[in-house]
Design a protein around this ligand. Structure first.
Ligand code: SF4
Length: 221
């Protein structure tokens, strides 16, 4: 772990992209289904698939009782298929079996790790998906580490080269103040998309350049 200041990273990125404050989004169950749909695909595709899914089924209840084929048919517009359809059906059925309905607000009263473990027992739900549900719908300090967050955090030296994406979730949560977790997550994604790109990071244009241990490596190329 480098001695780079998280506070400074957030300050510089906020000055560049704007202050990002958490706002309540959709219900936990909506975020869960949307995030399962978004795994390994573009936001555009998964957004389209989610809209189709909602339009095809009147309720979560109907979706849970629908066949995998019917769910798969409804999300095909987004190029998504049978694996995600199966995860969605199984996850909904499992939630209903355990809770009697699809209300997941109770997770907000649990400690982050406990709430995340509960979600991770569902089919198709890993660290990232579970963390997305907790942070976006409930405002909990769970930090989803997607490809952008992982890459930028690595280049900044916030996670070591041998740390897995899975491990990076808890490691980063340990150093980012709880009140800044949401901001840190969205700012790193924005920075990863615009400047600290996978193939050719634009270090010369980067506001973190003075802090970043990787800048010389890329500027020299
Ligand atoms: S200096 Fe380069 S490698 Fe470091 S965060 Fe900025 S773009 Fe990424």
């Amino acid at each position: 772990m480098s001695d780079i200041s998280i506070e400074q990273v957030i300050k510089l990125l906020s000055a560049e992209y704007g202050r990002r404050n958490w706002q309540r989004q959709q219900s936990p169950i909506s975020v869960l289904v949307q995030t399962i749909l978004s795994q390994n695909t573009s936001d555009r595709n998964s957004g389209q698939a989610f809209e189709q899914l909602l339009a095809s089924f009147g309720s979560w209840e109907d979706m849970a009782d629908a066949s995998v084929g019917a769910i798969s048919h409804s999300i095909r517009a987004g190029g998504l298929g049978v694996v995600k359809a199966r995860y969605i059906k199984q996850a909904l059925q499992e939630i209903r079996r355990k809770r009697g309905d699809f209300e997941l607000g109770f997770l907000g009263k649990l400690p982050v790790d406990e709430a995340r473990d509960w979600l991770r027992q569902l089919p198709g739900v890993g660290m990232k998906t579970a963390s997305c549900v907790l942070i976006f719908s409930l405002g909990m300090p769970a930090l989803p580490v997607d490809t952008h967050v992982f890459r930028v955090a690595r280049r900044l030296g916030l996670v070591g080269s041998r740390v897995s994406v899975e491990q990076a979730h808890r490691l980063l949560e340990g150093v980012v103040p709880p009140d800044d977790v949401y901001r840190f997550h969205v700012l790193l994604i924005e920075h990863g998309r615009k400047i600290c790109k996978a193939q050719r990071p634009r270090c010369k244009d980067c506001v973190l350049r003075m802090l970043c241990p990787s800048s010389e490596e890329f500027v020299a190329k």
